[in-house]
Design a protein around this ligand. Sequence first.
Ligand SMILES: O=C(O)C[C@H]1NC(=O)NC1=O
Length: 243
Amino acid sequence: KHLIQVINPNTSVAMTQTIAEAARGVAAPTSEIIAVCPTQGVESIEGHFDEAIAAVGVLEQIKRGKEQGVSGHVIACFGDPGLLAARELAGGPVIGIAEAAMHVATLVATRFSVVTTLPRTVIIARHLLRQYGFEHHCAALHAIDLPVLALEDGTGLAQQKVRERCIQAMKEDNSGAIVLGCGGMANLARELTAELGIPVIDGVTAAVKMVESLIALGLGTSKYGDLAYPNKKPLSGCFDMLS
Ligand SMILES: O=C(O)C[C@H]1NC(=O)NC1=O
């Protein structure tokens, strides 16, 4: 079996569980999912400040995954925090859920819309569209204007808002597909795809299948050039854990 580490970069145990269940729901029989979140950090990631904090926790988990012998890693936050730093540390593939969902959307539609949580995080998705080369594929980005952890409050309100916003986006944007912009929405994609009749794509499940594909192709992260293992140097204070 191949161990695949799925990292929820925020410290919400409930959201880690939601993400783990979605990942296990699509994992191949040859894969074993290890779902983790940082031991310290921020309970939800809703901006640049939170992302900087979360990135350190991602790196700590990547290091632990390597020590456990995992074959690949998923960064299960829609900002893909720490993605390139994680790729320097990792030997196996590291896939972020935003890049995974965006890639998949471009394989099934000419244009896609994004539905995420808070308006302030839309700019992060915009930056990723540019970084990954998908700006021209994304028709629009929408926010339900609820905090990330509203998805875990048990009321179902956030889930209803996601559904309404996806329906509205489908009508307004003339997009062939919709990307769900939060790891905590991972369990909504199948039902919304069936109800809306268009691909509604979750990045957690997309990333798990991409990691499996890369493993099957015998491809890990390139260690030539800028993604080579970090130069050895002393790390002081709390960063000693990354040595
Ligand atoms: O950017 C967002 O709204 C979602 C992002 N934040 C988080 O804690 N997990 C995520 O996927």
